[in-house]
Write a protein of this length. Structure first.
Length: 137
């Protein structure tokens, strides 16, 4: 099993935990939640250590994956999102991402074998949605 998939499962699990505003999450709680998620999703019994979850939190806080998660520690032991509405799954596209998608649409439209009307309709919808995002940014 690639480490990347396991890391993604851990990130999503940590995110799910921290979005729960009605529970106080310690590092041990987050480790336990990640171990359970890895077992449930992948059958991995080994689990993860506290250091792995700490590193995951650091990566989620950083720009490495584009999450910039506002994870804070309060009362010296509990973790939460500083912004209670934050989630790593709600990250909008960056301007660079939008530009890349725009270029891909242009390239796809130039393909000569695009005789399928449905494909052209889908590309047009994506392009119009992208333009509305770019105008908003």
């Amino acid at each position: 099993m690639p480490a990347n998939k396991n890391a993604l499962i851990r990130y999503k699990t940590i995110d799910k935990c921290l979005r729960n505003k009605y529970r106080r999450w310690t590092l041990d709680d987050l480790v336990e939640a990640c171990c359970e998620a890895l077992y449930d999703m992948e059958g991995i019994k080994k689990g993860v250590c506290a250091r792995t979850v700490q590193m995951d939190i650091q990566i989620m806080r950083s720009d490495k994956l584009g999450y910039y998660a506002p994870i804070e520690v309060y009362d010296r032991i509990y973790y939460r999102y500083a912004d209670p509405d934050y989630s790593i799954t709600n990250n909008p596209l960056s301007e660079d991402d939008c530009e890349l998608i725009k270029e891909a649409i242009v390239l796809l439209k130039k393909k000569e074998n695009l005789d399928n009307d449905e494909t052209v309709k889908v590309l047009s919808k994506v392009q119009s949605r992208l333009m509305s995002i770019l105008n908003f940014v």
